[in-house]
Design a protein around this ligand. Structure first.
Ligand code: CTP
Ligand code: CA
Length: 227
């Protein structure tokens, strides 16, 4: 479904979306990364754009095609994602759906690390990556009016997500049940709860596409209510 002209509920709105994993280089041929298909974040960017939002999608490496009507900035590392997001401000709404690597190798080797008989495996010292959701939530003057994150949890879903919302300073968290057996990781469906200051809303199991449509409608309603 497309929305045209004045009937577009997000006309005049600027949206920023992160999606996919980040890749953190160990050396020129190796990296560490999170599991993420990019499916949910890309669907959200597409749903916002269809409603008329000027949408910037900052995406890590994924096989998902660039969504129609969306400006896409392709990055690899968390630091590059953070820089692209900062450059994408000001925005009215930000949705952080990326699976950002929490740590990166402190020093990426300039040449391929070679193995050799009798040589011990390399120890990889890690350092913490910037937290993009927390950074956008604390962006001061340029803070998006609505900052939304995900919390992928395998246990104590709502409890962990509620704590995460407060720790990050964001407005909404979509708590995402990724425990084995749900089939949500890399799958087509998602099972989420919307955690906000108002409380917790359980959404029925639906496709990631439907989650994106529902979230985009909720964003439009909230921005209209708060304007
Ligand atoms: N996130 C982010 N930048 C990071 C880490 C996480 O923007 N460096 C965002 C994710 O996009 C997601 C939210 O923060 O929207 C929660 O990510 P998650 O990995 O579930 O939480 P963490 O705070 O990293 O905690 P942990 O991995 O220990 O559960
Ligand atoms: Ca994390």
């Amino acid at each position: 479904e497309r929305y045209f002209g004045l009937s577009a509920p997000l006309a005049g709105i600027r949206a920023l979306v992160t999606s996919g994993p980040t890749h953190e280089p160990i050396d020129p041929v190796r990296f560490i990364a999170n599991r993420s298909s990019g499916r949910q974040g890309h669907a959200i960017a597409a749903a916002l754009a269809r409603r008329g939002a000027t949408t910037l999608l900052v995406s890590g490496p994924t096989v998902e095609p660039d969504p129609a009507g969306v400006e896409v900035k392709h990055i690899e590392t968390a630091e590059e994602m953070w820089a692209a997001c900062r450059n994408g401000l000001p925005a009215d709404v930000a949705v952080c759906a990326a699976a950002v690597a929490d740590w990166r190798p402190a020093l990426a080797a300039g040449e391929k690390i070679k193995k050799a008989k009798g040589k011990a495996p390399p120890a990889i010292a890690l350092t913490e990556n910037p937290d993009i959701l927390a950074g956008l939530s604390a962006a001061g003057n340029g803070r998006p009016r609505l900052v939304i994150g995900f919390a992928a949890e395998t246990e104590k879903l709502v409890e962990n997500a509620t704590a995460k919302r407060l720790a990050k300073g964001c407005d909404w968290i979509l708590a995402n049940d990724v425990s084995p057996g749900t089939g949500t990781f890399g799958g087509l469906d998602n099972l989420v709860h919307l955690v906000s200051a108002a409380g917790v809303e359980d959404w029925p199991r639906m496709s990631k596409q439907q989650v994106a449509e529902e979230l985009a409608d909720r964003i439009a309603a909230e921005l209209k209510r708060a304007s």
